[in-house]
Ligand binder design. Structure first.
Ligand code: MN
Length: 251
């Protein structure tokens, strides 16, 4: 059984395409937020109870976050431990630092914490054409990655971050195993005036260019490749551990 979730909400086209892609491979069980909950990473709801509304067989909408959905699905709603957790297909890229903000990645990460191997799928939007999606491109790629993951398995705590170019299938140039792009976004605050003359602010930023872009998720997806990046939750920086060893730190 495949457990499907996302952060765009149960009504998003991406999760319907994900379900369609893997239904030929096995039973699908969907537990997803009842509305879009993108960009909230691993937020959890512990100040109120959660409700799960059934939307047909093996399909639940939860009034919580993506990580809430994973907890509820694996801890309570699923009739068995799923073979895989599949998160997405996110309608928007999850490249480089995006993975730190993403609810799609967070859901997959949470499932690995509960011992379920996970894959997050995303497709970048096209600048200026936010309603244009080549979701049909994803089907064969999703099935292939899922089948290979079932065949080979994943190390404990490791999830796959898969980004599929938003182009017709014939234009996909191949698959690249690449690092997470290291470049942060710059900070850009758009300030405008509301109808009462008070300022409002819209945050966001542009991605800063990074060296070795041809070896990172961001770079290869720009070039028309599917990117696959194995991720884990350990954020420890090993080189700085050694550096700190030389400091005169006392308890
Ligand atoms: Mn999203």
């Amino acid at each position: 059984m495949f457990f499907l979730t996302n952060d765009d909400g149960i009504y998003a086209a991406g999760i319907a395409h994900l379900a369609e892609a893997v239904e030929p491979l096995g039973a699908v069980f969907v537990v997803a937020p009842d509305r879009e909950r993108s960009n909230i990473s691993m937020a959890i709801t512990i100040d109120r109870p959660l409700r799960a509304h059934q939307h047909g067989e093996n399909r639940y909408a939860v009034d919580g976050t993506p990580v809430d959905c994973v907890d509820l699905a694996i801890g309570e709603l699923l009739p068995e431990t799923p073979a895989l957790c599949l998160s997405g297909i996110n309608m928007g890229q999850n490249l480089g630092h995006d993975v730190l903000f993403s609810g799609t990645i967070a859901a997959a990460r949470k499932a690995t914490f509960l011992g379920v191997p996970s894959i997050a799928f995303s497709m970048p939007w096209i600048t200026g054409q936010r309603d244009k999606w080549h979701m049909d491109t994803a089907g064969d790629i999703v099935r292939n990655v899922v089948q290979e993951t079932l065949r080979h398995g994943l190390p404990e705590g490791v999830l796959l971050n898969v980004n599929i170019p938003n182009v017709p299938a014939a234009e996909v140039r191949g698959v690249r195993i690449v690092r997470q792009d290291p470049a942060p976004y710059d900070s850009h605050v758009l300030t405008r005036e509301d109808k009462w003359g008070a300022p409002y602010y819209w945050i966001g930023g542009k991605r800063l260019d990074a060296p070795n872009r041809e070896q990172t998720d961001f770079g290869v997806v720009l070039d028309g490749y599917v990117s696959i990046t194995p991720l884990h939750a350990d954020l420890t920086h090993d080189e700085t551990m050694e550096h700190l060893g030389a400091w005169d730190l006392r308890a």
